[in-house]
Design a protein around this ligand. Structure first.
Ligand SMILES: [Zn+2]
Length: 429
C-alpha cells in the first residue's frame, strides 16, 4: 500500500531516516538469536557455530563444551547431522519522534560441517506505535500463508492483521538489550526487558489495553505478567495484591494459576496468605493435584459401579420379558429335507447369532421388539440366514445371511417359512 494518510506519510518518511543495523547489533544477533550446539558423531564433534571439527574421546553426550576454535560455549547433542540451518528474529526497540518503533530483522544461520558458517540478515517489518495505542506497520511482502518473506521486495505500509487474525505482524524476536522506549512506557515500568512477552503485545498492554500489566511489571511479577499477557486474564486478580504485600514473587505463572484453581476445588481460602503464598509452589500444587486425582478416581469408580448395576437391572427386565414373549414358540421347528428353522430362544442366542452372522440382531435389541419373532435357519448346524417374522401380519420382514447378504438358500427358506406360517400363527394365538 502507498502511504495515504498524514500518519502513514510521516511513518514512511521517518522510516527512511532510521539508521542501518550496526555491526554491534549484528554481532549480538548472531550470538543470542540461535542455540549453540556441538554435534557429536562417535568421537567426532563439530561446531554448529563455526563448522570446525575436532576429536573428543571423553564420550560426553550432553551438557556443555567449549569450541576449541571459536571459543563458543556449546550444548552437546548426539547427531549425524551435517548441516545446521536455523532462522530467528532480532528485534530492535527504538523511538522516532512520538513513535515507539519495533524493528524486526529476519536472521538466518547456515552452518555446514567443515565449511564456513554464513548468516543472512534482513529487516522485514517495523511496527510504529504511538502513545494512543495506534499502530502503523511497514513490512516486506510475504509468500501466501506463511512467514516466508520476499526479501527482494521493498517495505511498504501494511495492515496489521485482519478480523480473523489480528496483529499478525506481532513478531516475538530476541530483543537487542539497548532498548529505547517512549517516556509513557518508561513511566509505566518498561525498561530494557520484555520478560518473555512479545514486545508489541506488552507495549499495547502498557499503553492501556489491559488492566494489570503495569502493576505486574512494577511489582516484578514477571512470570505472572507473561502468563497474563498470553492468557488475557487472571482468574484470581486479588491474589496479586496478597503476594505483593507478602513480598512473594510467583516463579511459574501457569502453575500458580493451576494451583489457585485447585484451592477453589477444595474450597480453600484464596484470600489467605497461608494458601496464596506457598513456600514451595510445586510441592503444594502437586499435593493438591494428587488429592484431586484420588477423589476423581473414586468418583469415576462409583459412577462405573452405578452404571454396571443399572445395566444388570435392565438386562434382568429384558430377560424376563423375553422369556414371557418366547414362551409360546419354545420347541417350534420348521424343516424340510435338510434345512431346519427354529426361533432364537434366549438373549444369549441372539448374541451368538449376531456375532456369527456379523449383523445387528443383538446390538439393535431385536429381542425387545414388539410383534417380532426371530428365527434362525440352519443346515447341518451351520447358520444360513436369520429370519424376522411380524407377529401381527405374519409376513416375513427380512431374511439375512452373513453380513446382511442373502444365501443361495434364500428362496427355499422364504417359501418354507411361508408354507408353515400357519404353525407360527397357531403358536402365537
Ligand atoms: Zn566453533
Amino acid at each position: 500500500m502507498r502511504p495515504r494518510t498524514k500518519r502513514e506519510r510521516l511513518v514512511a518518511e521517518l522510516s527512511s531516516k532510521l539508521p542501518a543495523i550496526t555491526e554491534a547489533q549484528v554481532r549480538w544477533g548472531k550470538k543470542h538469536c540461535f542455540p549453540h550446539v556441538a554435534y557429536r558423531c562417535k568421537d567426532e564433534m563439530w561446531c554448529g557455530d563455526c563448522g570446525k571439527i575436532w576429536i573428543d574421546t571423553t564420550g560426553q553426550k550432553d551438557g556443555s563444551i567449549r569450541c576449541p576454535y571459536c571459543g563458543e560455549k556449546l550444548e552437546v547433542k548426539v547427531s549425524r547431522k551435517k548441516k545446521d540451518n536455523s532462522e530467528s528474529y532480532l528485534t530492535i526497540a527504538t523511538i522516532s519522534k512520538d513513535f515507539q518503533v519495533l524493528r524486526h530483522f529476519f536472521i538466518a544461520k547456515y552452518a555446514r560441517k567443515e565449511r564456513d558458517t554464513h548468516y543472512f540478515i534482513d529487516e522485514v517489518c517495523q511496527q510504529w506505535i504511538t502513545a494512543d495505542c495506534k499502530e502503523t506497520v511497514i513490512a516486506k511482502a510475504m509468500n501466501m500463508g506463511s512467514r516466508g518473506w520476499m526479501h527482494t521486495s521493498d517495505m511498504s505500509i501494511k495492515q496489521n492483521g485482519n478480523i480473523y487474525c489480528p496483529h499478525s505482524y506481532d513478531i516475538n524476536g530476541y530483543v537487542y538489550p539497548k532498548v529505547k522506549v517512549l517516556p509513557i512506557l518508561h513511566r509505566n515500568g518498561l525498561r530494557t526487558s520484555f520478560h518473555g512477552v512479545t514486545p508489541a503485545i506488552l507495549i499495547r498492554a502498557l499503553l492501556g489495553e489491559s488492566k494489570y500489566a503495569e502493576m505486574l511489571l512494577k511489582t516484578k511479577q514477571y512470570s505472572l505478567l507473561e502468563f497474563y499477557m498470553y492468557r488475557g486474564c487472571l482468574s484470581h486478580p486479588w491474589t496479586v495484591n496478597i503476594c505483593n504485600r507478602n513480598g512473594y514473587i510467583v516463579k511459574d505463572g501457569s502453575m500458580y494459576d493451576d494451583y489457585l484453581r485447585l484451592l477453589d476445588y477444595f474450597h480453600l481460602d484464596t484470600h489467605n496468605a497461608h494458601y496464596v503464598c506457598p513456600k514451595n509452589l510445586k510441592k503444594a500444587h502437586d499435593k493438591l493435584l494428587e488429592r484431586k486425582r484420588k477423589i476423581e478416581a473414586k468418583e469415576r469408580a462409583e459412577a462405573d459401579r452405578k452404571a454396571r448395576i443399572a445395566r444388570m437391572k435392565r438386562m434382568k427386565v429384558d430377560i424376563l420379558s423375553f422369556i414371557r414373549k418366547i414362551q409360546p414358540f419354545l420347541g417350534l421347528v420348521i424343516e424340510d429335507d435338510d434345512i431346519v428353522i427354529r426361533p432364537l430362544e434366549s438373549i444369549t442366542q441372539f448374541y451368538q447369532e449376531g456375532k456369527a452372522m456379523h449383523h445387528c440382531v443383538y446390538q439393535n435389541e431385536y429381542y425387545k421388539r414388539k410383534d417380532c419373532l426371530i428365527l434362525t435357519a440352519q443346515k447341518n448346524g451351520e447358520r444360513l440366514e436369520t429370519v424376522e417374522v411380524n407377529l401381527k401380519t405374519f409376513k416375513i420382514i427380512q431374511s439375512r445371511a452373513v453380513c446382511n447378504k442373502t444365501s443361495e438358500y434364500h428362496n427355499r427358506i422364504i417359501s418354507l417359512v411361508n408354507r408353515n406360517m400357519e404353525v407360527i400363527r397357531r403358536a402365537a394365538s
